[in-house]
Each structure stands twice: as C-alpha cells, then as structure tokens.
Design a protein around this ligand. Structure first.
Ligand SMILES: Nc1ncnc2c1ncn2[C@@H]1O[C@H](COP(=O)(O)OP(=O)(O)O)[C@@H](O)[C@H]1O
Ligand SMILES: O=C(CO)[C@@H](O)[C@@H](O)COP(=O)(O)O
Length: 559
C-alpha cells in the first residue's frame, strides 16, 4: 500500500470506472498515465434480478427479468467510496468517472428521470420496473416487428442480421404498450439504464450512440412512424414521444458531476462524466482489441462478441453493426449468446447430486471447479453427449428466445461431470457458429480475445481454442469493463485525444495464451458437425417442438 501511495502522490491524475453487471456493480480506481488499477470494490444489488416475484411478493410470469433502479444508485453510494478507500488515494486527484451497463436494460421514467416504479400508483405494476437485458417475454412482439420489417423491406433490418431481438428497445417497448397501456402513457422517456445512471451522475439525459445503435435501431434515423403504426396504431409516436433524444458519442463528456452525485461518491463536483456505454463494448479497448479481425468475447453470465471492421457487411444473425459503435472510425459489430455462465450455474444449482456439493465443500473448492477437474480427465467425445446451449434462448445467430436447451445421448451411466463438460462444449460450439457467421460474410475473425469471469476456467478456454481453431488471447485486467469505463472517463476528461490513445496507454492483453491443439481441433470438428445438425433441426423450423412446448407452458400457467 505504501509503495502505491508514494507512486500516486501529488497530482497523478486518476479516473474511476463503474461496471454495472447483472447482479452487482463494480468500481475501480485507475491511474490515467498507465492504467494501473489501484483499488476496487463490488456492491451487490439488494434486489438482484426479479425473475419470480416483485419485491412485494407478487409473482411474475416465466421469462420475465426485472430490476430496481435504486440498486444502481446504491452502487455509486457504496462501491465508489469503497474503491477510493481501497486505493488509499485522495479523491481530489480523480478527474473523471465513466460507466458501463448491461444492455438492453430499460428504465421507464418521468421527464425528470424518476423511475415509474417509484410512483406509489405503479409500485405494484411489474411494467413500471426496469426490464433487464434477459427479460425474454417480448418475443411475440419481436416476431411481429421482424415479420413486418421483412415484408416491407425495411432498410435497417440487414444492419441487425435480419432479425430484431426480443431483448431490444422496440420489442420491450411494444410489450409495455400492449400489456400496460397506463404505464406506457405515464412514461415520458424509455431510457437505457446505461444512460439513466449517467443522468444520475451528471444531471443530464444523453442517449449514448452505442445502445441507440445496437439496441435502439438508430441508423441515420429510427424506424418510421408509418412502420410503427402498422405494428400498432398506438405505437406510431413511440420514437418521437418516448425514445428520441440528444445523442452523445462514446468518450464524450456528458456533463460535470453534480453536487448530489459528488455527495454519493466522495468525488469532486464538476469532474467529467463520460457518456454511457455498454459492458461488452468498453471492454474492447481495455483489451487493446480494436483492430479488424480481433473478436472480443466477454464471457460471464452471457457472452457478447464484439469486433471492429473497416467494411460494412451483412452478417446473418448478428445483433447489429453500428458506425463507431465500439470505437470511432470503424464499423462495430456485435453478436452474442444469451446464456453461458448462466447455464453452468443452472446446472450446478439444480442438477448436481449432493455428494458433489459435499466433496467440493470439504476440499474448499466450488462445484464448478470440482466438475471441471473431473471433466478435464475425459477424452473428447467420451461422455457420448451433445448439447444445445439455448437454456436462455438463442441471441445469435437464430435470434429466438422461444428456443430451449437440449442434451442428446444421456444414458443411465451419464454422470454430472459428463453433462457439465457437454454444456461447456455446447457454448463453445455456439461461439463457433458466431465466428463462422463473420468469416462467411467476408470479415474473417483472426484472433479471439477473452475477457470476463469465465476466464477462470482453463478447461473451458482450451475447449474454445480447439472448437474455434483460433489462438486465444486474454485481457490483462480481471475487471475489463470497469477498466474500459475508466478509459472512457480519461478521454472525456481530455487526458487522451481519443480511445485509441487511451487503449495504448491503459489497456493490456496477453497474446496466444491458449493455442488450438491439432488433434483436439480434428476431434471437435466432427462433434461440431453433430451440433450444427441439431442446431438447424431445432432452430430453423424442421421441428417446432420447442415453440410448442413454450406455448403449452404459457397455456398451462393461464397466460
Ligand atoms: N469455475 C467456473 N467455471 C465455469 N463457470 C463458472 C465458474 N465459476 C463461476 N462460473 C459462472 O460464471 C458466471 C459469472 O460470471 P461473471 O463474469 O462473474 O458475471 P457477469 O457476467 O454477471 O459479470 C456465473 O454464471 C457462474 O455460473
Ligand atoms: O447484451 C449485452 C451487451 O450488448 C450484455 O450487457 C448482456 O449480455 C449482459 O452481459 P453480462 O453477461 O451480464 O456480462
């Protein structure tokens, strides 16, 4: 601690980055000149993810996922001061704060930014709460948007891989209108949480170019009122009434820190607050992966794949392509898998017999680590299983959240470690489908750069290298998104001319940490053929059983 304090003494400028994840927010204090991370702190959201019931116990339907906006403010109040204390620095040396958020995570608000769930008349209405990125209950609306857009040949559709996700702003907005018109009518703005938090910090509402582009269908303009009215006449003014607002570019200064936010965080009022950003996209510069061909996979609860290119291409099933969506001057592409770590967590929590839990506890390791250790002893294909990684639906390339998980090949001899390994592999095949979709569209992926919590699993990493036949580089920081946000704060505070310069000085990556093993590549190539067959059979209409099962589940629950 003494050495660090001496190094940062006097006026060595610092920045703070805050990453708002699915379950918690993490703050990091970073030195501007070299990206050294001096202190960090995490604050768990008090209400976590509301996927079964509202705080008052009112049950929620399946596929819902809500959050409480005050939990985000609590991160500013607790994690930022704790990170400053952990760093042992003088808060007066902090020149800027930047944030990133999960997306598309939407807050319905009044004109002053008050979330509707905070109004007494709406506290018991689920539609007044934040709809988290993994709220998947707007698939019927997404289907209608896609059908109509394809029918009318809307020019923006190819920019979204041909399909708009139920996770994005329009599908969730239409669901809000159709299921809770009174909440929709009371809402003045439909705001990305990424921008809402900046609003709390700087007192100004600026819509960031990243979420506006990827999640808000903004491509030199929004979908027309004519299109919206054909979806539902009451939706015609959705853009002009609820969505459209001043845009800010990534790394721009949204405003100065307000007195109130200075009180929450312990930072100086007036310091630069960067325009909002997304967890995946800020991570690319943090990993110095901003060149065409370098695909960053941010692997945690879900996986986001982001990559820059100097050309515009139609990549089927991508989430979107946005000019300057990751860094200025390049086309930023995004794809994703809605469930990855979430699937492993589901398996560990609901499918692993008690003796594994007991053994892990006795050895002081997690069940994930125990299962990984056992699975690592197997040869490829030894478990006799193949799985589809769709337990949270499919974001890319099928863009269908009515799809569900499958495991083929189970017998009475199947053990927990077999299924765990099959699920790890399934997510790797899912990433391979994404990588192939880019290469087939003429923008080849030459390197996979991995960031996020799943880096902690070396077996998983080797499987990804073998399944994709790509060298895996690894981000240098354990908190890539928070570091990336801090870098955007440095740009917003004018410490660097642009994010490229900040990436050079503050980002870090270790190259070629996992290399494909030729024999494994060959073995996985054969397994991948099986995966693709199942993928297309269940995902492209040959067998609609998954859709029928979801419909039956809804009917049985009386929805
Ligand atoms: N050893 C492990 N191997 C594989 N997955 C793991 C392991 N330990 C935890 N996980 C998974 O990691 C996920 C959390 O990843 P993390 O990056 O910390 O979260 P987030 O995406 O919310 O930022 C959880 O879904 C959990 O199931
Ligand atoms: O979809 C995006 C970004 O576009 C993510 O925010 C979303 O998948 C959530 O990411 P995490 O799994 O919480 O890291």
């Amino acid at each position: 601690m003494l050495a660090i304090t001496l190094l940062t003494m006097a006026s060595d400028p610092l920045v703070v980055g805050v990453d708002f994840g699915t379950l918690s927010g993490r703050a990091v204090v970073v030195r501007v000149r070299d990206g050294l991370e001096l202190g960090t702190a995490v604050h768990d959201y008090r209400h976590g993810v509301l996927d079964r019931a509202l705080p008052d116990g009112r049950p929620l339907p399946p596929d819902w996922a809500l959050q409480v906006p005050q939990d985000y403010v609590d991160v500013l109040r607790h994690a930022v001061p704790a990170a400053l204390a952990d760093a042992g620095v003088d808060p007066a040396d902090v020149i800027g704060i930047g944030t990133d958020f999960t997306a598309c995570t939407m807050v319905p608000v009044k004109s002053d930014g008050t979330p509707l769930n905070e109004l007494p008349e709406f506290a018991d209405n689920p539609h007044a709460y934040v709809k988290l990125w993994k709220h998947h209950a707007a698939q019927p609306q997404a289907d209608r948007i896609n059908h109509l857009a394809a029918q009318r040949g809307e020019g923006w559709l190819p920019r979204y891989g041909g399909l708009i996700s139920s996770e994005w702003e329009f599908a969730k907005g239409l669901q809000l209108l159709e299921e809770a018109p009174e909440v929709y009518a009371a809402m003045d703005h439909w705001v990305e949480a990424a921008d809402w938090i900046v609003w709390q910090l700087a007192g100004t509402y600026v819509r960031n170019a990243c979420t506006a582009g990827y999640k808000g269908i903004y491509q030199d303009g929004y979908p027309s009122a004519d299109f919206l009215s054909a979806l539902n006449p009451d939706f015609a003014d959705f853009v002009s009434d609820k969505l459209e607002h001043q845009l800010g570019q990534l790394g721009d200064r949204a405003g100065g820190l307000t007195e109130q936010a200075a009180g929450w965080t312990g930072l100086r009022p007036g310091i630069a607050v960067a325009v909002g950003n997304v967890d995946a996209h800020v991570t690319a510069p943090a990993a110095r992966a901003v060149e065409p061909g370098q695909m960053v996979a941010i692997m945690g609860t879900s996986t986001c794949h982001v990559m820059n290119a100097d050309v515009l291409a139609d990549v089927p099933g991508m989430c979107g392509v946005v000019d300057g969506g990751i860094v200025p001057g390049l086309w930023g592409y995004e794809s994703g898998q809605s469930g990855v770590g979430d699937i492993f967590a589901w398996f560990v929590e609901h499918n692993v017999p008690p003796e594994y839990h007991e053994q892990a506890k006795a050895r002081g390791i997690t069940v994930h680590e125990l299962l990984t250790e056992l699975a690592a002893q197997q040869r490829i294909g030894e478990h006799g299983l193949i799985a589809l990684d769709w337990h949270s639906g499919n974001r890319s390339v099928l863009v269908d959240h009515e799809l569900s998980g499958v495991i083929v090949g189970q017998t009475l001899a199947t053990r927990a470690e077999d299924t765990y390994r099959a699920l790890l592999e399934a997510t790797a095949y899912g990433t391979r489908v994404v990588v192939d979709s880019y290469t087939d569209a003429g923008i080849p992926v030459t390197e996979l750069v991995i960031a996020g919590g799943l880096l902690r699993n070396p077996l998983l990493m080797q499987i990804y290298a073998d399944v994709t036949n790509l060298p895996l580089s690894v981000i240098g920081s354990e908190q890539g998104p928070a570091l990336g946000s801090a870098m955007h704060a440095a740009v917003a505070a004018d410490a660097y001319a642009d994010i490229h310069a900040a990436a050079q000085a503050m980002g870090s990556v270790k190259r070629g940490v996992y290399l494909p093993i030729p024999a494994n590549v060959e073995a996985y190539e054969r397994m991948f053929v099986e995966y693709q067959e199942l993928h297309d059979y269940f995902g492209r209409g040959a067998n609609e059983v998954m859709h029928r099962l979801k419909a039956r589940r809804r009917a049985a629950k009386g929805e």
